[in-house]
Design a protein around this ligand. Sequence first.
Ligand code: SF4
Ligand code: MG
Length: 334
Amino acid sequence: VRPLLEISRFKMYFHTDKGVVKAVDDVDLTVNEGEVVGLVGESGCGKSVTSLSVMGLVPRPPGRVEGGSIRLADRELTHLKGREWRKIRGNVVSMIFQEPMTSLNPVFTIGDQIVEAIRQHRKLDKKAARRLAADSLQEVGISRKGILEEYPHQLSGGMRQRVMIAMAMVCRPKLLIADEPTTALDVTIQAQILDLMRRLNRETGTAILMITHDLGVVAEMCDRVVVMYAGQVVEEADVNTLFNQPRHPYTQGLLQSIPRLGQRAERLYSIPGNVPNPKQMPTGCRFAPRCEYAMNICRTEEPGLFAIGDGQNSRCWLHVDKKEEADRDPTTTT
Ligand code: SF4
Ligand code: MG
């Protein structure tokens, strides 16, 4: 396996009138070539800001890179400028969002939009680009005649998401970032879109970073999972290990909050308490105010992301020998 995306010790803060929001604070995350990685956590945990940072789409200011690096296909991204980003975006990395209507332009036809996406990166004449656009729609399972002439509002939500995937994939990026791509769709369409993404991953080798709060989607799609909480990675493991042996108390809580078949809604477990205010992160472990295992050290010292075997990492003092804990250097992911 070769690493494709390597985010290390990355920090993106927002400087606002009311204080500094540490949206992403010391994140380590790797996606290998061809791999499907799930990035999970409650809303506001920093998943979206992390992925928008990889696309160069965080507005700066108020966003500011406070440290760390993002390497994609052997290029450092954190210092790129506008024009350099345009060469990468849509070409090396593409992104699809929850609501394709907001990323499709309502006044242009589907055909014109895909052709435009192609011609930003490939020197093709109009005719060849249109042929490629039609092929890319075939590839995502749209074969309806005249589709290139239609406008976004003429398509169903599922079709629009297929169009977005076609457009994102047409230049064969090495990485596709999908931010809650199926959340707005009904269950049947959701399953079809996940199947499609998995097939494209197999057939083209494009790696996928799947951002979701839905652990069902993760189980369905992903090879590896990264769990974020309050701007940090708190656990990382391959998908089977994460579901069978979650080690971080937050991950354990997330897994217990998945509804099981036949379980009544009011009996659902959910993690007590709220995500901390990002302007006033708790000292020590950020999960301590909600953690049933919290110890004294948890409230004073921040745990590192400890390697606990088989590629599993957990940001929790429970995994360190208590006697050594104070002076031990946290082992970070490689
Ligand atoms: Fe809970 Fe302490 Fe582990 Fe944080 S470090 S998750 S508070 S046990
Ligand atoms: Mg989000």
